[in-house]
Design a protein around this ligand. Structure first.
Ligand SMILES: Cc1cc2nc3c(=O)[nH]c(=O)nc-3n(C[C@H](O)[C@H](O)[C@H](O)COP(=O)(O)OP(=O)(O)OC[C@H]3O[C@@H](n4cnc5c(N)ncnc54)[C@H](O)[C@@H]3O)c2cc1C
Length: 492
């Protein structure tokens, strides 16, 4: 196994897309097998080492940035198996944790299948997307990564390699799991005793539901409970056709009404994605896309799966809905083939990229939200963000997964004073969204940047519930310390 400690070779492991600074590490290990990862963990406590797991660094929460810990890079565990169709007709794909999402999707597609999870950034590792329960625009129809994982091999913090399959280990009536492991021995713990919000996307803290599957505890635990070394993914049949379109709206009210109808399937539509670009987001994108129609109040990007036979009717249904809500059909950007679809998805992807580029030229970081409300409250979330930022006079954009009532607000401070005011507003917005039954993070996770707000969400008692689970599986606190759970809670 390779180990690197030269500054030039490890500099990339001290950053992700969060702008979190001052990370440092004595060095980075590059294991090539699950057993090598397990052996690093087995010896960690005796050698006085802690490890931070590194995916491909596209995370937004500083989660892979070490502060004094050694790093385990997943880079070399990148094997992708062959698509196998099970007796029940479901197709499965076995992959290692360091396989690139885009390679996994390509492998599935080459065999005529489809892997739905689509965090906009495709250069992430599959193990990270599982540990973050990532989702994206298609989650409106397919749900988050959790829904597409059949089995995992996990390197546990004491060095055991645990293989679990969905449907085999459930929490008992008391919420308790029991594991008998070669190294850790008999391990038993109860699922966290808190209720998770009723949002369709949620990735804030450990998953917990009555009778839950043990697999679901590891999915979304952000690498604090184990390293995902291999996974069996469930594939879907590839859709015959996909219709995609960017529809422009003259008023926010018409745009929100359009979303309401589309979500409800009125007019015969059945979207797999419904994404918002508010007016300010479009102004940002105009730097690269001058052809965006002037005087647009906002845009909705939608996708629907169809067949060759049903495609015309599907298009008709969408055009009818657009006309009803004042979206000029002749100006819309539609795509009926894979190249067109890619062009529109690139447009979607350019927004966070442009924002990140803009920020790297500023001295201040953005203040961004990843919160969601229960689905039907999407318009309230939009208005909450818009009104608050207008009141404060901030430069900001609102975009993202409006179909899941999950919008990203990015406040772009121009100086330190504005940054401090934006942070204050963020805290107020967190309180409001939580009071409305929402979640602190729908998809990006908590990492290091948002753990203080997780206390606001679950209170100290809830955090201590997570500490209890963490200490049962990681008694020597060797793995991804500083992520999700604020470190001071380990001393309690
Ligand atoms: C432009 C842009 C758009 C994005 N859009 C979305 C989006 O729409 N939806 C979404 O969900 N996310 C989105 N993201 C966030 C990001 O892509 C995901 O969080 C992704 O899962 C991170 O993958 P990574 O390999 O880069 O992980 P890293 O950033 O390297 O690590 C992320 C976390 O995963 C842990 N980890 C890595 N590998 C493992 C493993 N094998 N086992 C256990 N833990 C592990 C790390 O310790 C860390 O805590 C976006 C990011 C960017 C830059």
């Amino acid at each position: 196994m390779n180990f690197k400690s030269e500054p030039a070779a490890i500099a990339g492991f001290l950053e992700d897309t969060s702008n979190l600074k001052n990370g440092w590490t004595p060095g980075v290990f590059f294991p090539e097998t699950p057993e090598e990862i397990a052996s690093l963990l087995r010896d960690a406590a005796a050698e006085g080492r802690r490890y931070t797991i590194a995916g491909n660094g596209t995370g937004t929460t500083g989660a892979r940035i070490p502060f004094g810990d050694h790093v385990i890079s997943m880079q070399k565990l990148d094997r992708i198996g062959e698509v196998e169709v099970a007796g029940d007709g479901r197709a499965m794909l076995r992959v290692q944790g360091g396989a690139l999402l885009q390679d996994v999707q390509a492998k599935a597609a080459a065999a005529g299948w489809f892997y739905p999870p689509d965090p906009t950034e495709k250069t992430c590792f599959i193990g990270s997307t599982i540990s973050n329960n990532s989702s994206g625009s298609r989650s409106l129809r397919y749900g988050p990564t959790r829904n597409h994982v059949q089995a995992l091999t996990i390197a546990l913090p004491q060095g055991d390699l645990l293989e679990i399959e969905r449907g085999q280990h459930f929490a008992d009536a008391d919420g308790r799991f029991r594991l008998d492991l070669p190294i850790a021995g008999h391990v038993t713990f109860r699922r966290p005793d808190y209720a998770i919000p009723a949002t369709s996307k949620h990735n804030a803290g450990y998953w917990s539901k009555p009778g839950m599957d043990l697999l679901d505890l590891f999915i979304g635990s952000e690498g604090t409970l184990g390293v995902i070394v291999e996974a069996t993914l469930v594939l879907r049949p590839a859709p015959e056709r996909v219709i995609a379109c960017l529809a422009w709206f003259g008023s926010e009210e018409e745009l929100l009404d359009f979303v309401r109808q589309a979500r409800a399937g009125n007019g015969g539509v059945s979207p797999r994605a419904l994404e918002l670009f508010d007016r300010r987001a479009l102004e940002f994108l105009r730097q690269r896309y001058s052809e965006i129609p002037a005087e647009t109040a906002g845009a909705i990007y939608f996708e629907e799966e169809s067949t060759a036979d049903a495609e015309d009717a599907c298009l008709e249904a969408w055009l009818g809905l657009m006309e009803r809500y004042g979206s000029p059909v002749e100006k819309s950007w539609a795509a009926l083939d894979s190249e067109g679809l890619q062009r529109l998805r690139d447009f979607r992807h350019q927004l966070p990229v442009l924002v990140n580029e803009w920020l790297s030229r500023q001295s201040e970081s953005k203040v961004s939200t990843d919160m969601a409300l229960p689905d039907e409250r999407f318009a309230e979330l939009f208005r909450l963000y818009r009104d608050a930022c207008d009141r404060e006079g901030f430069t900001y954009i609102i975009f993202g997964h409006i179909g899941n009532a999950h919008l990203h607000l990015n406040i772009l401070p121009r100086n330190r004073k504005e940054f401090e005011r934006a942070k204050k507003l963020y805290r107020q917005l967190v309180a409001k969204v939580l009071a409305m039954g929402g979640t602190l993070s729908a998809e990006h996770g908590i990492g290091k940047l948002k753990s203080e707000y997780l206390v606001q969400m679950y209170s100290k008692d809830g955090i201590m519930e997570m500490v209890r689970v963490k200490k049962a599986l990681d008694p020597y606190l060797v793995l991804n310390i500083g992520n999700v759970i604020p470190v001071e809670y380990y001393q309690e």
